[in-house]
Design a protein around this ligand. Structure first.
Ligand code: NAD
Ligand code: 6OD
Length: 485
């Protein structure tokens, strides 16, 4: 039986309450291990350790030494790749193929890339005239924000946690991380890596627990925390914003989405369908960038739906390591939510093209959180499954007739995270992309990431942009120094 401890001030600790909760294997409902539940005492200790690190060796460490250490963190993640892979797949049930190509490599890349961004960022300076003719020189320096609280979700646990921790540390901050209660494994393991490469104690802290009235909320309300970076549900973002408002702590939010996929008549249908297979069903649909609303030009609608349905039927469900390419949902609770939308779709009159239920994968997996990949057609745009984020392996497909119509359909949502658009017409690609109300627009692709680019959502999908130098906007503060010459 595994044990997931907090990591505070460079040491693993069980904390003071003695309370634990089960970490459940989503493939079969078995208990993987016990997670220690942090409360106010653990958050206090972690924030104190982080503050002390800022005042101590971390705060005074030369920049290149700090960034070299982060390269060593990345190298060590690579060296311990198999352990990270095992822990990630155990917590999430995701296919080994997926985690080994995306989650774990990105865990390392998030440290390397941001170390290099910080090393190379140019400084800003302005020479100004003054009435006495001598002039003045302004230059801006960047200083770390201080202690940054990182609150992460369960869908891409290592990737999304390090996407915040990498730039935060590169900029010289110390962090207190609250991983999702569903996925404690890889974040816990990262503490060991920090110690192995010599990151000073207190720089990276982890407190396990839940959200409201638990470690998550206590972190957001803590006076020693200067900023909160959060990835998760829009509703949770609203609660965190309120918690931070009393002390005007800065927030960066990557929230939910209800992302459109647009497929024009001139697209390469086979390529488009293979991209849609990933964007609808990859990670069992549990990707914030995923496509839950598809709009296909009427002239290729039947061909597209047939090919997507054939692809969905070919997916092999099973636990990690079984050669599967579709894992379970994260939990029974989340499965109940997804299945409630499967039912709503039927109640609202959808045609179920494929899926719509729970697969029979045999006795060994009957207590897991499995659902069938599902495609609907025939719903009107006010249906719940078209308006609300489901976060499951499902999508609705609707035909359209012209460009203006599809732009209006795509933008008719409270969210604005991502879109995937497919056409061979480059002019149309630019024209339409520029009218889509989303932070990330892929043409003939999906989730192709260059970590130097701005990442984030519009409308209810988030606040701010991270990635490349944009992360520096959040993880540092600028000070202007004006020198009279
Ligand atoms: P969630 O909001 O339920 O939980 C995320 C984290 O917040 C967890 O660690 C949880 O314990 C914590 N939390 C919950 N309530 C809290 C509170 N009141 N105060 C402080 N912390 C609290 O999200 P989830 O279910 O883990 O993840 C799925 C959601 O995340 C989806 O909506 C998805 O779209 C979104 N997401 C967005 C992005 C993005 O980049 N925009 C990326 C991944 C996931
Ligand atoms: O690729 C990333 O940096 C990122 N933040 C991905 C988010 C995926 C959402 O589930």
């Amino acid at each position: 039986m595994r044990e997931y401890m907090h990591f505070i001030n460079g040491e693993y600790t069980r904390g003071s309450s003695g309370k634990t909760f089960d970490n459940i294997n989503p493939c079969d409902g078995s208990v993987l291990g016990q997670v220690h539940e942090g409360g106010q005492a653990e958050i206090d200790a972690a924030c104190e350790a982080a503050r002390a690190a800022m005042k101590g060796p971390w705060g005074s460490m030369p920049m290149n030494e700090r960034l070299d250490l982060l390269h060593k963190v990345a190298d060590r993640i690579d060296e311990r790749f198999d352990e990270f892979l095992e822990a990630e797949c155990a917590d999430t049930g995701k296919p080994v193929e997926l985690a080994s190509h995306i989650d774990i490599p990105r865990g390392a890349a998030n440290f390397r890339v941001f170390a290099d961004v910080v090393r190379n960022v140019p400084a800003e300076s302005f020479r100004m005239d003054t009435p006495d003719g001598r002039g003045a020189l302004n230059y801006a320096i960047r200083v770390p924000k201080g202690v940054v609280g990182v609150i992460a979700p369960w869908n891409l646990p290592l990737l999304l946690m390090t996407w915040k921790v990498g730039p935060a540390l590169a900029c010289g901050n110390a962090v207190v991380v609250k991983p999702s209660e569903e996925t404690p494994g890889t974040t816990t393991l990262l503490g060991d890596v920090m110690n192995e490469v010599g990151v000073p104690k207190g720089v990276f802290n982890v407190v396990h627990g839940f959200g409201p009235n638990s470690a998550g909320e206590f972190l957001t309300r803590h006076k020693q925390v200067d900023a909160i970076t959060f990835t998760g549900e829009t509703r949770t973002g609203a609660a965190i914003m309120k918690a931070c408002s009393d002390r005007i702590a800065d927030v960066s939010f990557e929230l939910g989405g209800k992302n459109p996929g647009i497929f024009f008549e001139d697209c390469d249908v086979d390529n488009a369908v293979s991209v849609a297979m990933r964007s609808c069903f990859g990670n069992c649909g549990q990707v914030c960038l995923g496509t839950e609303r598809i709009y296909v030009h009427r002239s290729i609608f039947d061909e597209f739906v047939d090919k997507l349905a054939a692809g969905a039927k070919r997916l092999k469900m099973g636990p990690p390591g079984s050669g599967s390419n579709l894992g379970p949902l994260i939990s029974r609770q989340h499965r109940d939510k997804v299945l409630s939308y499967y039912q709503k779709a039927v109640d609202e009159g959808a045609t179920v093209v494929t899926g719509g239920g729970v697969p029979d994968l045999g006795e060994a997996l009957e207590n897991g959180s499995w659902v069938e990949p599902t495609i609907w057609t025939g719903l009107s745009e006010d249906a719940a499954v078209i308006r609300e984020e489901i976060f499951g392996p499902c999508t609705h497909v609707r035909p359209f007739d012209d460009e203006d119509e599809v732009i209006a359909l795509a933008n008719d949502t409270d969210y604005g995270l991502a879109a995937t658009m497919h056409t061979r017409d480059a002019l149309r690609a630019h024209r339409v992309a520029q009218q889509l109300e989303a932070g990330l627009i892929w043409v003939n692709e999906w989730f192709l990431r260059d970590l130097r680019t701005p990442f984030g959502g519009s409308k209810m999908s988030g606040i701010g942009r991270e990635g490349g130098v944009h992360s520096l906007e959040f993880y540092t503060e600028m000070r202007n120094i004006c020198i009279k010459l």
